[in-house]
Design a protein around this ligand. Structure first.
Ligand SMILES: Cc1cc2nc3c(=O)[nH]c(=O)nc-3n(C[C@H](O)[C@H](O)[C@H](O)COP(=O)(O)O)c2cc1C
Ligand code: SF4
Length: 329
C-alpha cells in the first residue's frame, strides 16, 4: 500500500510525494515580448511548487526550433524556463517539461519530415535538461501528432511507420537511445499516452513496449478520443483513471493517473489500493495552488467547480481571471 505522502525515487531524483501537476497551458497568460513563457508563468509554477506539489510537469512545449535554437527555444525564452526550473526546485518540487510535436496529420508527412521531427525531439530534450529540468514527457496523447502514430484507426501509413505495433512505435524506438544520450542517465524520460489507443487492450500493448524501451514513467490520459469502456461501479474515479490503473497492472514502471481527481479521498483511494503510483490533479491545483500541502495536512481545499462537467470546459482555456474557484488579480 502506498500513500500520497510517500516519496519515490526515479532516476535518482527524489519526488517528495505522489501528487502531480499535469501539463496545462494558461492560454490567457501573456509571455514577455509576446513569447510563450514569461514572469507570469514563472510565478504560476512557483506558487504550485510552494503549494507542495511533488512533481510539476510544465505545459506542452513545442519541440520545433529546438535544434535551431529559435522560437520558444531562443536564449531569450530559455531564461524564463531556467527560472521556472529553479523556482520549483527551491520549493522542493521535481519539474519536468512536456514536449509536443504539435497537431499535424502524420499520414501526410514525408520520411524527411519525420526525421526532422525526431531530431527536434532529441534537441528539445537536451535543451530542457540544459535549462535545469529533471526530465521530460513526450506528448503521445489527446489526438495530437505523436498520438496519431500510435493509433491504427488514424495511422494509415503504409511504410515503416504504420501498420504493425512495431511500426507505430517506431518514431520513438528509432530515437530513444539518442534521447538518453542527450539527457544523461539521471534524467527522467516519460511518455503521456492514451489509455485507449485505440482501446484499453491496445494501450496495454503499447505501454509494455514503452517500458521495454526504457521509458521511466507513464502518464495515462486519453488517446484520439474519450474512452468509452465500462468501469466497476465501486471505482471512485473516472474511466481515464481506471484505464491508467489497468495499465499499471501490466508494467513495472511507475504510472500517473489523471482526470477528474478533485478530492483527497479520490487521490488516497488510488494510492492506498495501489491502483497507480501518482495522482495528477490538474484543474484542482489551478483552483487551489496549495492543494498538495492542504491535502497532506488534511485541511480543506478550495474546490474546483468542474466547470462544464465531463466536457471539462475549464475557463483557464479562455480567461483564467474568470475561474470561479478563486479571484485572481
Ligand atoms: C486549461 C488546460 C490546459 C491544458 N493543457 C494541456 C497541455 O498542455 N498538455 C496536455 O497534455 N494536457 C493539457 N491539458 C489536460 C490536463 O493535463 C489534464 O489531463 C486534464 O485537465 C484532466 O485533468 P483534471 O480533471 O485534473 O483537470 C490541459 C487542460 C486544461 C484544463
Ligand atoms: S475555471 Fe472552473 S474548471 Fe477551471 S479550475 Fe477554475 S473552477 Fe476548476
Amino acid at each position: 500500500m502506498s500513500h500520497l505522502s510517500d516519496e519515490i525515487v526515479i532516476r535518482g531524483r527524489k519526488i517528495k510525494n505522489r501528487i502531480v501537476m499535469p501539463p496545462m497551458m494558461c492560454f490567457s497568460f501573456k509571455g514577455d515580448n509576446g513569447g510563450m513563457y514569461g514572469e507570469q508563468y514563472v510565478e504560476h509554477y512557483a506558487k504550485r511548487a510552494k503549494g507542495g506539489t511533488g512533481l510539476i510537469i510544465v505545459q506542452a512545449t513545442p519541440v520545433a526550433g529546438a535544434a535551431k535554437q529559435s522560437g520558444v527555444w531562443s536564449d531569450e525564452q530559455m531564461n524564463p524556463l531556467k527560472k521556472i526550473a529553479k523556482r520549483c526546485h527551491d520549493y522542493g518540487s521535481i519539474v519536468m517539461m512536456q514536449l509536443s510535436c504539435g497537431d499535424v496529420d502524420i499520414n501526410e508527412l514525408s520520411v524527411e519530415q519525420i526525421r526532422q521531427m525526431q531530431s527536434d525531439c532529441i534537441a528539445a530534450a537536451a535543451r530542457a535538461v540544459q535549462a535545469g529540468f529533471d526530465g521530460l514527457e513526450y506528448h503521445f496523447a489527446h489526438g495530437y501528432t505523436l498520438c496519431r502514430f500510435l493509433d491504427p484507426t488514424f495511422n494509415k501509413r503504409n511504410d515503416n511507420y504504420g501498420g504493425s505495433l512495431e511500426n507505430r512505435v517506431r518514431f520513438l524506438t528509432e530515437i530513444i537511445s539518442q534521447i538518453r544520450d542527450a539527457v544523461g542517465e539521471d534524467s527522467i524520460v516519460s511518455v503521456r499516452m492514451g489509455g485507449n489507443i485505440p482501446d484499453l487492450a491496445g494501450a496495454i500493448d503499447i505501454a509494455k513496449v514503452f517500458e521495454e524501451l526504457g521509458i521511466d514513467l507513464l502518464h495515462v490520459s486519453f488517446g484520439m478520443k474519450e474512452p468509452e469502456n465500462d468501469i466497476p461501479a465501486d471505482f471512485k474515479c473516472s474511466t481515464i483513471v481506471f484505464n491508467g490503473s489497468e495499465i499499471k497492472r501490466h508494467v513495472t514502471i511507475p504510472v500517473i493517473a489523471v482526470s477528474e481527481i478533485f478530492t483527497a479521498e479520490q487521490a488516497s483511494f488510488l494510492l492506498e489500493n495501489d491502483y497507480v503510483d501518482f495522482a495528477a490533479v490538474g484543474r484542482g491545483i489551478y483552483a487551489d495552488e496549495n492543494w498538495a500541502n492542504k491535502v497532506l495536512a488534511k485541511e480543506p481545499i478550495q474546490q474546483c467547480h468542474n466547470c462544464g462537467g465531463s466536457s471539462r470546459k475549464c475557463l483557464w482555456f479562455t480567461d483564467h481571471t474568470k475561474c470561479p474557484a478563486k479571484k485572481i488579480s
